[in-house]
Design a protein. Structure first.
Length: 437
């Protein structure tokens, strides 16, 4: 029992895995029949059995096409019997979990008629251990671990913009640190907007091509980003290749199909607290807010084709923030929702994805920071957790890859400068004791 608690992966490899294999292989047909994952046998087999006087054929069940043990569980590849669909197996996942004595069972479709049953032997989100060999892609970062044992990959070529929500101390900052740590070694420009005077993003300054720490700076930086976007569209039109003699495969509306020597570097814009860009204290701030929101909506709608991506964080993101909030949120396809203080916040992030995801987000315990629900517009979602990453560790990675920071002329005015070392404040000298009179 001590090994099961202190070293669950070792316990699973030595004890849990052989026991689970035995339970699965020894009771597979009985379990499939008990879970009603069966279909009637074909008529010709029934006719043949009756003609020969033998016993009636048994119902058809999913066939095992492969078994693969993993360090956290067990994977079964199944060929579904004709008449079954993956949703039938999803509905029986909890019953399969209890029948085989594993921690969880997840179903994923590989191709029509073929599914994977991913079983985990223990709670892998209690202490996150990331896989060692990871190669996510040219514009993708591994930011956490899913509950089925697969890494959570933030791929900007597939999901161009993302939204992260959650209450204080829920793990939003940890998620952003993991994201920056994963993007730092890549050929990408990172732009930060942190209107809390830069307390969250200033440590990443060596790897940032631009940083805004006040609403006024953010206003100018967003204008510059829109100007950069328009320049890239002009570049794309110039090299688009739509002359009569151009081969069809050379016609493009995306920078990724341009030659490498003229292809602009992709940009990821990290907004730490979106509410600071929406809230106003005077009429003068209202005009600035409307301009910033307009620029953000333009970037979210248009910038994907020219390699500019938004990653927005906040505690809430609803219509109460003001005009343009709903329009901006609708463009943010990727959603990550941490622990929320109310159901409405979870619905802001996941209500248009899946109602079950909303219920899962509202049940995240406070003692598990970093645990979140990740989903996208396809309706799929899963529980995830980011590995514990300190601010110093993320800052060290940014310093290590500072030489990869692109120099963008349009954003040069917001390029963070190296901070001078802060000298320790001298302790005040004690007051002299009054002389005796």
């Amino acid at each position: 029992m001590v090994a099961r608690v202190k070293a669950p992966a070792v316990y699973w490899s030595l004890v849990g895995l052989p026991a689970a294999l035995y339970r699965v292989l020894s009771s597979y047909r009985q379990t499939m029949e008990a879970c009603e994952l069966t279909v009637a046998p074909p008529w010709w087999r029934v006719f043949a059995k009756r003609a020969t006087g033998t016993e009636e054929p048994r119902p058809g069940i999913p066939r095992i096409r492969g078994i693969r043990p993993t360090r956290t569980g067990l994977r079964l590849r199944l060929r579904l019997a004709a008449g079954l669909e993956p949703e039938d197996v999803v509905k029986s996942a909890i019953r399969l979990r209890h029948a085989w004595g594993v921690y969880s069972v997840h179903v994923s479709e590989i191709k029509p008629g073929v599914i994977d049953l991913r079983m985990t032997g223990f709670d892998i989100l209690a202490r996150v251990r990331m896989p060692r060999r990871l190669a996510p892609g040219p514009l993708a970062a591994v930011v956490g671990l899913r509950e089925d044992g697969l890494p959570l990959v933030r791929d900007y070529t597939a999901i161009p913009h993302g939204l992260t929500l959650g209450a204080n101390k829920s793990g939003k900052s940890m998620y952003q640190r993991c994201l920056i740590t994963g993007l730092a070694p890549l050929h990408v420009a990172l732009v930060g907007i942190d209107c809390k005077r830069g307390v969250e993003q200033t440590p990443f300054a060596p790897r940032l091509s631009a940083l805004a720490t006040t609403p006024n700076d953010a206003d100018g930086l967003l204008d510059a980003l829109v100007g950069e976007m328009e320049d890239r569209f002009d570049l794309l039109c110039l090299h688009q290749g739509i002359t009569p003699g151009t081969p069809l495969q050379d016609i493009t509306s995306d920078i990724w199909d341009l030659p490498k020597k003229i292809r602009p570097v992709p940009i990821v814009v990290l907004v730490d607290e979106i509410a600071e860009l929406f809230l106003t204290a005077s009429k003068t701030d209202t005009a600035r807010r409307d301009r910033m929101v307009t620029q953000l909506v333009r970037l979210a709608q248009l910038s994907r084709a020219v390699g500019i991506h938004l990653e927005i964080c906040g505690q809430r993101f609803g219509a109460e923030l003001g005009k343009g909030a709903t329009a901006l949120r609708a463009q943010l396809t990727g959603r990550v929702v941490h622990r929320c203080n109310d159901r409405q916040t979870a619905e802001m992030g996941l209500g248009d994805i899946n109602e079950l995801a909303v219920a899962a987000a509202t049940s995240i315990p406070a003692e598990r920071p970093g645990l979140a629900i990740a989903g996208d517009s396809s309706g799929g979602w899963s529980r995830i957790r980011t590995p514990r990453t300190s601010l110093g560790e993320a800052a060290a990675v940014c310093r290590e890859f500072a030489h990869l920071t692109p120099d963008l002329p349009t954003l040069a005015a917001w390029r963070p400068q190296p901070a001078a070392p802060v000298e320790a404040l001298a302790a005040p000298e004690p007051a002299a004791a009054p002389s005796a009179s």
